[in-house]
Design a protein around this ligand. Structure first.
Ligand SMILES: *Cc1c(COP(=O)(O)O)cnc(C)c1O
Length: 237
C-alpha cells in the first residue's frame, strides 16, 4: 500500500492511476478479469474541487458517507458530469431515505427491515429506486451497522419478495484488527448463496486482498485523495 505522505504529494490523477494498476495486477494474479472490478473513489470529507480533479481524469464512480454532505457537494457535479455514479456508503436514517434516493445511484447500506420498508414506500411515490446493496456486519460488532450474518439470507429474501427492492449485492466493513480475508470470504458466501453478483469490499489498506477474494467493487478513499480530517470520521446521521 502507498504511504499517506506519498498520496499527499502526488496528484489525484496519479493516485487514481496507481490504484487502478494495483487492482489490475491483483486481478490478473488471481486469474480474474480486471474489468470485472469497479473502483469506487471515496470522496467523503474532501471538497468539490478535489472531486472535480478526479472527474476530469475520466473517473466516474464515487462514494460518500453522509447524505447532507453529498447533497452539498454533488448536485452541481452531477449536472456537469451526468454519467457519474454516486454511492452512499454510510448509515442511512429512514427520515433521509427520500433525499438519499433522489441523490444516490446506489445505496450500499441497506441493513434493516425498517429502512427496507421506508425505501419501498418512497419508491412508490418517486417511481424510481436506486440500486441497492445489503450491508452485512460480518464482525458482529455491536457499534457497527449491518445485518448480522445469520440474518442476512432472510433479510435479503424479504427485501426482494416482500418489498420488491432491486438488491444487487452485499457490502461489508471488516473489524479493523482482524484478518480481512475471513470477512471477505464470509461476505462472498452470502452473495453466492443468495445469487447476488456484486461484492463491495476492500478499502485503502486491503483492496488488493479483497480483489483476490472476489470483490467486484472496492471502496478506496485515502489512497486516492490523501488523509482525511479525523473529526468527521464517524458520522451519526
Ligand atoms: C471511508 C470509507 C472507505 C474508504 O476508506 P479508506 O481507508 O480511506 O480507503 C470505504 N468504505 C467505507 C464504508 C468508508 O466509510
Amino acid at each position: 500500500m502507498t504511504s499517506p505522505s506519498s498520496t499527499e504529494t502526488r496528484d489525484i490523477s496519479e493516485n487514481l492511476a496507481a490504484v487502478q494498476a494495483q487492482i489490475k495486477n491483483a486481478a490478473l494474479a488471481a486469474g480474474r478479469d480486471p474489468d470485472s472490478i469497479t473502483l469506487n473513489a471515496v470522496s467523503k470529507t474532501h471538497p468539490k474541487d478535489r472531486i472535480l480533479q478526479a472527474l476530469k481524469t475520466g473517473h466516474r464512480v464515487f462514494g460518500e458517507n453522509r447524505v447532507q454532505e453529498a447533497n452539498d457537494k454533488w448536485p452541481s457535479l452531477k449536472q456537469a458530469f451526468p454519467d457519474s455514479e454516486l454511492h452512499l456508503i454510510g448509515p442511512l436514517q429512514t427520515n433521509k431515505a427520500k433525499q438519499a434516493m433522489m441523490l444516490f445511484d446506489v445505496i450500499e447500506t441497506l441493513d434493516r427491515p425498517k429502512l427496507a420498508r421506508a425505501l419501498a414506500t418512497q419508491a412508490e411515490t418517486l417511481g424510481h429506486v436506486p440500486r441497492l446493496y445489503v450491508q452485512v456486519n460480518t464482525g458482529e460488532e455491536p457499534q457497527k451497522a449491518g445485518i448480522l450474518p445469520e440474518e442476512a439470507d432472510q433479510f435479503i429474501a424479504s427485501c426482494k419478495n416482500e418489498f420488491q427492492l432491486p438488491i444487487e449485492g452485499v457490502m461489508c466493513i471488516p473489524p479493523v484488527d482482524e484478518e480481512p480475508s475471513l470477512h471477505f470470504t464470509l461476505l462472498r458466501e452470502i452473495a453466492l448463496r443468495n445469487g447476488l453478483p456484486v461484492l463491495s469490499m476492500g478499502m485503502s489498506a486491503d483492496f488488493e486482498i479483497a480483489v483476490r477474494f472476489g470483490a467486484t467493487h472496492v471502496r478506496v478513499g485515502t489512497a486516492i485523495f490523501g488523509p482525511r480530517e479525523d473529526f468527521r470520521e464517524t458520522p451519526q446521521q
